[in-house]
Design a protein around this ligand. Structure first.
Ligand code: ATR
Length: 267
C-alpha cells in the first residue's frame, strides 16, 4: 500500500485525491491518498508527522513548494533548477525532492495536444515560480528559443541568466513583445487569478498555440487568444493531470494513462 497525500493551505478544493484515486483504480496499484492542511508556518512539522506514520511520499502545493525544497535531503535536477519541490519520495532516510510541474506541461503539450516544440519559438509570460518550474523541461525539447517576458523586466533577465546553460533563452519586459506571430505562448503569470490579462501586443497570438497554466474556467488570457486568432487554446487541466501522473510514476514506478482522467475532469 502506497501511503500518499497532498499538503497545502488551502487544500479543501484540491483535485489531486480524485486524480490519484483514478490512477490507482486503473493500474491496480494500492494507494491511499489524503489531503492534509498544514498551518502556514508549520509545513515541516506536519510533513514529519506524516513520514513518521509511514508515508511513502507526498505532493506539495501552494504555499509550501519552497518549504518542501528545503525539507528534501536530495534533489533531482528538475527540482534544483525549479527552486521548488512538488513531490517528495521517502527512500529510507532520504527525502527525494522532485518537481513534476514542467514535465506535466511538456507531456500535455507534446502527447495530448500534439505540439512538437522542437525548433519552435516559445514566449513565456511571467518570471515567477511557475516560469522557473517549467523552463528546464521546455528547453529539453530543443526549441529554437524561449523568450521570457515579464512586467518586471529584471526578473525575466535573471531567469534568462540562470537558464542560459540549458538552451537559447532571452528575457525582457512585456512592452518589448513584438506585434509579430510566435509559435507557442504560455501564460505563467498569476494575472488570471485577478481576472486580468497582461498588457501585451496582440499580433503575437496570430496562429499561435496559446496555453494558460491556470485552469477551471475560460481565463482572460484564453479570451485574448481567441480574439486574436490563436490556432489552439488550452488551459492547464491537462498539465495538472500530467504532473500527477509523473508523481505517481515517481513513487510507484507505474505510468498511468491520463486521457480518460483528463476527459473525466473536463466533464
Ligand atoms: P507564481 O509562483 O504563480 O509564478 P509569483 O512568483 O508571485 O507566482 O509570480 C507571479 C508572476 O505573475 C510574476 O511574473 C508577475 O509579474 P511581476 O514579477 O512583475 O510581479 C506576474 N503578474 C501577476 N499579475 C500580473 C499582471 N496583472 N500583469 C502582468 N503580469 C502579472
Amino acid at each position: 500500500m502506497y501511503n500518499l497525500a497532498v499538503f497545502g493551505n488551502p487544500i479543501e478544493h484540491s483535485l489531486s485525491p480524485t486524480i490519484h484515486a483514478e490512477f490507482a483504480q486503473q493500474t491496480g496499484v494500492e494507494v491511499n491518498y489524503d489531503k492534509i492542511l498544514a498551518p502556514i508556518d508549520g509545513f515541516n512539522h506536519k510533513a514529519q508527522q506524516f513520514i513518521d506514520e509511514g508515508a511513502t511520499g507526498f505532493n506539495i502545493t501552494v504555499p509550501f513548494k519552497l518549504d518542501a525544497y528545503n525539507f528534501s535531503t536530495k534533489l533531482t535536477l528538475n527540482a534544483k533548477t525549479a527552486g521548488a519541490v512538488n513531490t517528495i519520495k521517502v527512500e529510507g532516510s532520504e527525502l527525494v525532492g522532485e518537481n513534476t510541474d514542467g514535465i506535466g506541461l511538456v507531456n500535455d503539450l507534446v502527447n495530448n495536444l500534439g505540439v512538437n516544440l522542437k525548433d519552435k519559438t516559445i514566449l513565456i509570460l511571467g518570471a515567477g515560480g511557475a516560469t522557473q518550474g517549467i523552463l528546464l523541461p521546455l528547453l529539453k525539447e530543443n526549441p529554437k528559443r524561449v523568450m521570457i517576458a515579464n512586467r518586471t523586466a529584471s526578473k525575466a533577465q535573471q531567469l534568462q541568466q540562470d537558464f542560459a546553460q540549458y538552451g537559447n533563452t532571452c528575457g525582457f519586459g512585456l512592452e518589448k513583445i513584438k506585434n509579430e506571430p510566435i509559435d507557442v505562448i504560455i501564460n505563467a503569470t498569476s494575472a488570471s487569478l485577478d481576472k486580468k490579462m497582461p498588457d501585451i501586443a496582440s499580433g503575437c497570438a496570430n496562429h499561435a498555440i496559446c496555453y494558460d497554466l491556470m485552469y477551471g474556467e475560460q481565463t482572460p488570457f484564453m479570451n485574448w487568444a481567441k480574439d486574436n486568432n490563436a490556432s489552439m487554446i488550452a488551459d492547464g487541466i491537462g498539465m495538472l493531470v500530467e504532473q500527477a501522473a509523473s508523481s505517481f510514476e515517481f513513487w510507484t514506478g507505474v505510468k498511468p494513462d491520463t486521457h480518460t482522467v483528463i476527459k473525466n475532469l473536463r466533464s
